[in-house]
Design a protein around this ligand. Structure first.
Ligand SMILES: [Zn+2]
Length: 650
């Protein structure tokens, strides 16, 4: 409704603007006043409470659930079957007793009759249903079977008695299996390379859904686009794989000496203290008998991970493995020989990316970071990322992006299924600065607002705050990644300024690390810590889809005043340059508050010099959609006047 009111007002003011954009503007005209509800009105955010306060920080009663997993998993490479058992310990820190738990069963999206498959089919994005999803062999508590109901990608677990509030604990065992789909479709998969097979495993655990203070149980199904929202917890995982396979995973490897040869274990020890990349398993060693520990039968790899939102892993008989250390973090890359020279640099790329984020943001929170080259094009998990690509630009680009996700959403644990912009967009924003860590100073930030103006029009009337599953694929990238990344860049570089912005952004991260902020917590924290009213920006950029069109609608006869108009739905500060006939120029910056009362403002000039030209956004800092009306030029005006006079005498 607010949007309609604003559009109406704009169409009124733009008609009058064009009618008066000659040499005799009606300067005495009373500017059209804004209606009471405008883009500058306070946002309609949820009322602050003792869980999430008015400053955007967690309050004294903030709580979140803890879910810890002890898992044994075995992979059969021939049949592609993953079979696992888990002991899950759920701690109910909420103030509410719980009668049941919801679990996510994401593998079920591959069933032919899944909702996700129907959605993909309807959108013609070529999903290939495969297999039966999860086979659940049973859910037990103290050896007693619990009622467990499967509804598409969600499972309902009935509890034997209500789970007490404020710290009640409940443990259950679950056993399951699934077949890894042959066709790589979304975030994990299997692929053959020259020397062997690379298998990436994710969304493989029936994880307990989030129960929170905002939505209760978060039961949005897994459809494909919307990613994940999970509880933070500890994972101890034992992975059993064929002896000739090397396993990498979320977490710290606990039994290095059992799963690596003595020389490999020694090299790994060296890598932990080396800035230079150390080879653990070289190209020549891949596939050689003595490159794996002596013995028969499969090997079990033990990993422990603290404070992670999920657990992913990869294994292969084709992996080259190298590693180095940055800021005390072990950085590894596992890749088949097809990765070539570029992937031989991937560990250094990851080190540079992490060092850059550590410097600009808050420190990487985990002891390990592993990059895997395999079937998945680019996907993030805590401490491990699945990447692809062959050229240096794309390999660094995808590596720094997926590693950046360790900040958003691994550490700042947002609800990706509802608010994809809070991880993809924030990550795109930090990636824009990370590029120079590897490639050196760049001519322009990748998230350049002026360049993005054209793309903004393509997104149509859909705002950023739309759940990812409800967006067409094109709009997903455009809004959740690009527009959000561009918006934060604009906010930092031009609207708030780097010093104020960085202080506020760090506050947001420090307040919410290993916690779950909502959009309102972000908006409030930035305003609170930057000390600015940004309702107009959150509304204009994130909640609505308006465009920016600033214009010059008149220059006074004596060149003593200029009238500027805001013709779009979006508002921004007004920057303009005046060039004088003597060749000198002056830049002026007006804050966004100039548009508080009206969409037109008059600026009185004080210089005695004669104006040659006025140009809005000369430095191209804003996503201006129509630059044709951004310039007023005296020579052009005089030529027009001469033409009119000529016509008049005929
Ligand atoms: Zn991403």
């Amino acid at each position: 409704m607010k949007l309609i009111a604003a559009t109406l007002l704009l169409s009124l003011s733009s008609t009058t603007a064009f009618a008066q954009s000659d040499d005799q503007p009606d300067w005495e005209r009373v500017p059209q006043a804004r209606p009471s509800a405008t883009i500058f009105s306070p946002l309609d955010l949820p009322a602050p409470n003792s869980i999430r306060n008015g400053a955007g920080a967690p309050g004294p009663d903030y709580w979140q659930q803890q879910v810890d997993y002890e898992i044994d998993v075995e992979i059969d490479v021939e049949t592609r079957i993953v079979h696992a058992t888990a002991e899950v310990t759920y701690t109910n820190n909420s103030p509410d007793p719980l009668d049941y738990l919801w679990l996510h069963l994401e593998q079920n999206v591959f069933r032919a009759d899944s909702i996700g498959n129907a959605v993909a089919d309807a959108a013609s994005i070529g999903a290939k249903p495969e297999g039966d999803g999860y086979t659940i062999y049973g859910v037990k508590h103290k050896r007693k079977e619990l009622p467990f109901h499967v509804y598409d990608t969600m499972g309902l677990l009935e509890l034997p008695k209500p789970l007490a509030a404020n710290g009640g604990k409940f443990s259950f065992e679950i056993e399951w299996s699934f077949v890894i789909p042959k066709n790589v479709f979304r975030r994990f998969g299997i692929r053959k390379y020259r020397k062997g097979t690379v298998i990436e495993i994710a969304q493989w655990i029936p994880q307990v859904a989030v129960y929170d203070d905002v939505n209760g149980w978060n039961t949005l199904p897994y459809l494909g686009s919307g990613e994940f929202y999970t509880n933070i917890g500890d994972f101890n995982v034992n992975i059993t794989a064929p002896r000739d396979f090397v396993v990498v995973a979320t977490g710290v490897l606990q039994n290095t000496n059992n799963v690596f040869t003595p020389s490999q274990a020694k090299a790994l020890g060296k890598a932990k203290k080396s800035e230079e990349t150390v080879m653990i398993i070289s190209k020549e060693e891949v596939g050689m008998n003595d490159s794996r520990p002596k013995g028969d039968g499969p090997l079990t790899w033990r990993f422990e991970a603290e404070s992670v939102r999920t657990f992913a892993w990869a294994c292969s008989d084709a992996f080259i493995l190298d590693a180095a250390s940055v800021d005390g973090i072990l950085v590894q890359t596992a890749y088949p020989e097809e990765g070539g020279k570029v992937w031989a640099k991937a560990t250094q790329m990851a080190c540079k990316a992490i060092a850059g984020y550590n410097r600009r943001l808050i420190p990487y929170p985990y002891p390990v970071a592993t990059n895997v080259l395999g079937p998945e094009g680019g996907m993030e998990y805590p401490m491990i990322v699945f990447c692809n690509g062959s050229r240096e630009r794309s390999v660094y680009g995808v590596t720094t992006h997926e590693i950046g996700h360790n900040w958003f959403p691994m550490m700042i644990n947002t609800d990706e299924r509802r608010h994809a912009w809070m991880d993809e967009g924030f990550n795109t924003f930090i990636n824009g600065y990370s590029t120079e860590d590897w490639f050196g100073p760049q001519r322009k930030n990748e998230n350049d607002p002026a360049d993005f103006a054209f793309m903004m029009q393509m997104a149509g009337s859909v705002p950023i705050v739309t759940a990812p599953d409800k967006l067409p694929a094109m709009a997903l990238g455009l809004l959740e990644y690009s527009k959000t990344g561009v918006g934060l860049t604009l906010l930092r570089e031009t609207i708030v300024g780097p010093e104020r912005f960085d202080f506020a952004f760090k506050q947001y991260m420090n307040r919410w690390k290993f916690k779950s902020p909502q959009p309102s917590d972000f908006f409030r924290t930035i305003e609170d810590a930057a000390g600015m009213d940004l309702a107009w920006f959150w509304r204009g950029w994130f909640m609505e889809a308006g465009l920016l069109d600033q214009a010059i609608s008149g220059v006074g006869k004596k060149n003593d005043r200029i009238r500027f108009e805001n013709l779009g739905e979006l508002v921004m500060p007004l920057h303009y340059r005046i060039t004088y006939t003597d060749g000198s120029a002056e830049d002026f910056k007006k804050p966004v508050e100039i548009w508080y009362q009206s969409n037109q403002i008059i600026v009185n000039l004080t210089s005695n010099k004669e104006i040659a030209e006025v140009e809005i956004d000369h430095h191209r800092l804003f996503p201006e959609m129509n630059r044709d009306d951004n310039t007023w030029n005296v020579a052009e005006k005089n030529a027009e006047k001469a033409a009119v006079t000529e016509t008049g005498t005929e």
